[in-house]
Design a binder for this molecule. Sequence first.
Ligand code: FE
Length: 194
Amino acid sequence: MKLRLRPLPYEYGALEPHISATTIETHYEKHHRAYLEKMHDAIAGGPLEGKPLRDVVLASSGDLFNNAAQVWNHDFYWCSLSPEGGGTPAAALAKVLGARFGSVDAFKKELATAAANEFGSGWAWLIKASDGDLKVIATTDAENPLKAGHTPLVTIDVWEHAYYLDYRNERAKYIAAYLDHLINWEFVGENLGI
Ligand code: FE
């Protein structure tokens, strides 16, 4: 059986020239799908079979958590990117980011730093923490903010598979392209309820 991934919200080539069609296709069809297949194999016949993905993430640990969280993280990442992304956020979101970080540019700098400094494979996030504060955090491997009770608002995948074909070892260039051309501000606003 071919398991169904949640559909990508755009065509493989929609993020070019910033992320190539080859990168998106490989990342989605190979990496993302492999996590889904491994998760499926691990929960087949058990109490988590058929449960919503978020519940599997919250209820699991070890290898199952790693695969389930990577399915969830990638679903969230695809939505964090948009062909119409980058530029400046809507006024309401700019105000919220400005109030917390000083300015939209200061927020972008903080996210870029977190993404650049995550050693090895991982993710950088803007979250609404369980105490209500907005924070930039990084997580390692498959870890995500859900388990700690935080609300993810946007993410960037900094595993090498996300950028190596397009940027080789230059993670900073990929991060800059994401922040300047791809970050889906509308998605951030929706997740914040503004
Ligand atoms: Fe990835």
